[in-house]
Design a protein around this ligand. Sequence first.
Ligand SMILES: Nc1ncnc2c1ncn2[C@@H]1O[C@H](COP(=O)(O)OP(=O)(O)OP(=O)(O)O)[C@@H](O)[C@H]1O
Length: 241
Amino acid sequence: MATDLHRAVKTVGLTRSFDGRPVIDRLDLTLRHGEFTALLGHSGCGKSTLLRILAGLDREISGTVLVPKRRAVAFQAPRLMPWKRVWRNVLLGLPGRPEREVAERALEEVGLGHRSGAWPKTLSGGEAQRASLARALVREPDLLLLDEPFGALDALTRIKAQRLVDEVWQRRGCAVLLVTHDVDEALLLADRVLVMRDGVIAYDSPVTLDRPRDPGDRAFAAHRSRLLAELGVDEPVRSAA
Ligand SMILES: Nc1ncnc2c1ncn2[C@@H]1O[C@H](COP(=O)(O)OP(=O)(O)OP(=O)(O)O)[C@@H](O)[C@H]1O
């Protein structure tokens, strides 16, 4: 971890091009320790590319990227190895020879302790996603990168998964960067929302709503309107009845 105690991530002039076209174009970004940040933006604007760079999965960049050593990523698809039991999936890639108990503690944290010995194909979509989160948490991350982790879940499972991420974040106090297309999800969970456009962070705003948050209240609606306007999306007309 770098010397600055107040930030978990810093990029300066970060650029990533594909076929000569910059998708990320001299992007400057600082994320503070323990901050929950949501990243939005139109499809193809470079959100996943940025996340992959911060995760260390893409190094074809120019500019500066400072990130904590302890970082972990979970994707929309849980990416579990079908030939390994759940607990072995959780430990995958960890250095040393960690005990099953280490995996089980992380699985318990996400409410999946009872499925530790199961095969991935026997898990529901929500369970597989929680296993994927356990695999991230077992790394004790200072920075947790989440790329649309709830995107493929049904509405009810999604609400439960959002609550779980909220609890984990509150308990662990790690910085979280969540990529999402869902404005309400961003405003439910995050301290800060970013919108990416033309390769840079075009909008950066704190979310000044008390927790727990209620999508039905007026302050939430005001935040939603601002963010939708920033994204260039018209709000649905709400009936007064
Ligand atoms: N490996 C690659 N080779 C070529 N082009 C790529 C590659 N990865 C991403 N791109 C391009 O970079 C741009 C940004 O992609 P990225 O996946 O980061 O967008 P995104 O904002 O995450 O999109 P979505 O919201 O649809 O997931 C897109 O135009 C995409 O086609």
